[in-house]
Design a protein around this ligand. Structure first.
Ligand SMILES: Nc1ncnc2c1ncn2[C@@H]1O[C@H](COP(=O)(O)OP(=O)(O)OP(=O)(O)O)[C@@H](O)[C@H]1O
Ligand code: SF4
Ligand SMILES: [Mg+2]
Length: 393
């Protein structure tokens, strides 16, 4: 993964870089960062339309992202959820010009009306880390091990603003303090390996907010952390979101992570969005069996749902995706018709709740969709499946 801080130079007492290589252009894109910029609710900030990403492989073209569209409004939290390999990271990295040159990208992604795809790298660089910041899963790969944490944060400011080393370091310390690093002034002099996993992730959040961005893309920000630290990091993210006034795109394979945080949710499967709705709709009344399956595999204290039920099987190959619904082999509701065409996102019985499932109406009649991935007899007993209708596959 490419680091936005992969720079060389001399360092001061904080390990802050004091000279820069010539190929890193310095540009002042705005006035000095301030908190809580005035924003208008409900204005689309970032609009992604029919995003497609392919990678050439020895076996053929791997269709990592197959026509994804979404938008995020000012200060909104958009959750993007799906199993490993469904295209979450690739779709986010495409927006920021972080994919390798072999990637074939099409579609559109506009930030405040400005196209991000296919524009010169220099233009994207001026937005990346400034207007749109990204927090990666593993801070160790995103931080430079040879510079101090404070030095790297200060450098992130100076990449976008003309500012003295001292002022940039003061801001770095302020940010470390804001994200809950104790004794921030002293800890700014530490190297990334001297921080715990949770502290490193806090430092990454500090790095993401240091330039007061409009959008923060957090890609699996808590996956590498234990459950208690996960909760603390999510709380910190929520707090800084309020403080900075940014929108957040929260990418995760774990629906539990976005519970209580996301306003709207996009569920991804095999490179596409297969369900879209408010967090409440997705959690309480899923209309696509896959989302119901994700719900059944997170802990719940209510009724029978407290028994975890994983979705068996694996997603299809993205080199030769199947013709019908890509979820057929794993779906307890699959019928023969599901093999024919890949369903588009269909309107459901709820406003702005869409599902790529021809049987969403049947799912709507199921009392507890979390039970959907229980085994045969339990499903029949619960009235979820009619054995007569179930496909042989
Ligand atoms: N540089 C690349 N070259 C070829 N294929 C790639 C490349 N990067 C990603 N892929 C493939 O694209 C698909 C989507 O990958 P992506 O990293 O977006 O998944 P993800 O949803 O973020 O999964 P995870 O939860 O594991 O992070 C996967 O099949 C992956 O193997
Ligand atoms: S279209 Fe068919 S296979 Fe696909 S999710 Fe719906 S019921 Fe299952
Ligand atoms: Mg990923």
């Amino acid at each position: 993964m490419r680091s936005i801080l992969a720079r060389q130079g001399n360092a001061d007492e904080y390990g802050q870089v004091t000279n820069r290589p010539e190929e890193v252009p310095l540009e002042r894109v705005d006035d000095a960062p301030v908190y809580a910029s005035a924003t208008t609710a409900d204005v689309p900030l970032l609009v992604v339309d029919d995003l497609r990403v392919r990678f050439p492989t020895d076996d053929g073209q791997l269709q990592a992202v197959r026509g994804v569209s979404w938008e995020v409004k000012e200060r909104e939290v958009l959750g993007i959820v799906g199993e490993s390999g469904c295209g979450k990271s690739v779709s986010a990295m495409a927006l920021l010009g972080l994919l390798p040159p072999t990637a074939r990208i099409s579609g559109s992604a506009k930030f405040r009306g400005q196209e991000l795809l296919g524009v010169p790298d220099r233009e994207i660089r001026s937005l990346r880390g400034r207007k749109i910041a990204m927090i990666f899963q593993d801070p160790m790969t995103s931080m430079n091990p040879v510079y101090t944490v404070g030095g790297q944060l200060a450098e992130a400011v100076r990449a976008h603003f003309e500012m003295s080393n001292k002022a940039a370091m003061l801001r770095a310390i302020e940010m470390l303090d804001l994200v809950g690093i104790p004794n921030a002034k002293a800890r700014a002099k530490s190297y990334p390996h001297e921080f715990s996993g949770g502290m490193r992730q806090r430092a990454m959040i500090a790095m993401a907010i240091i330039n007061n961005p409009d959008v923060i893309i957090a890609d699996e920000p808590t996956t590498a952390l234990d459950v208690t630290v996960q909760a603390q990091i999510l709380e910190t993210l929520q707090e800084v979101k309020e403080e900075v006034g940014a929108a957040i795109i929260l990418i995760t394979h774990d629906l539990g992570v976005i519970a209580g945080m996301a306003d709207r949710v996009k569920v991804m499967y095999a490179g596409r969005i297969v369900e879209s709705g408010t967090a409440e709709q997705i959690f309480d009344t899923p209309r696509m069996p896959y989302a119901a399956g994700l719900l059944g595999s997170i802990p719940s204290m209510e009724g029978a749902s407290d028994v975890l039920t994983p979705i068996l099987g694996t997603p299809p190959s993205l080199v030769n995706p199947p013709e019908g619904c890509p979820f057929v082999p794993r779906c307890p509701l699959a019928i023969d018709e599901c093999h024919h065409d890949e369903p588009d996102l269909l309107s459901t019985d709820q406003p702005e709740h869409e599902a790529a499932c021809i049987r969403w109406e049947h799912l709507a009649t199921v009392e507890d969709p979390r039970l959907l991935f229980r085994t045969g007899d339990e499903l029949v007993d619960a009235g979820i499946i009619d054995p007569e209708l179930v496909s042989e596959s």
